[in-house]
Design a binder for this molecule. Sequence first.
Ligand SMILES: Nc1ncnc2c1ncn2[C@@H]1O[C@H](COP(=O)(O)OP(=O)(O)O)[C@@H](O)[C@H]1O
Ligand SMILES: [Mg+2]
Length: 155
Amino acid sequence: MGNLVNERKSYFVEKFYFGTVAAMSKRETLEIRSSSDIVHVRQQVRIWAVAMGFGLVDQTKIVTAASELARNTVDYGKGGTVTLETLQSGSRKGLRLIFEDKGPGIPDIALAMTDGYTSNHGLGLGLSGSKRLMHEFELVSQVGEGTKIAIVRWR
Ligand SMILES: Nc1ncnc2c1ncn2[C@@H]1O[C@H](COP(=O)(O)OP(=O)(O)O)[C@@H](O)[C@H]1O
Ligand SMILES: [Mg+2]
């Protein structure tokens, strides 16, 4: 395992706060610019989830959430990155995925989180569905600056 970093999860102001003090032991950042990058993100997330011992159902939940957020990063965020992190909190392991873009941002987060809301021609289930599939979901967005979404699934 790489460097063990003890960090209090409060590096997003306001809405972003993980009460859990967890150790982050492994981290990797991937570019998300195209549909082929989304395929790569899906593959990497699956590999990490398998390596962490997540079962098939959990793997699929995490990959599905990652796929939706990666798609949004391309479609709305003008491209960006995802950072994969393994967390350890006591005896619990977690997989955290942080999506970041410097796109237009989300003017009304509550509206964007609503089931079925799309500003485009989507199904409007990407954000709300991702939230349901994971244990933690934190979104910070600033109009004109970009969007940052972190999701965690624990096992
Ligand atoms: N990274 C992002 N940057 C800007 N806007 C976003 C981003 N992600 C989502 N949105 C906005 O939130 C809406 C809802 O997203 P989502 O639930 O994935 O549904 P869909 O992609 O089908 O529209 C999008 O239509 C878009 O307006
Ligand atoms: Mg979407």
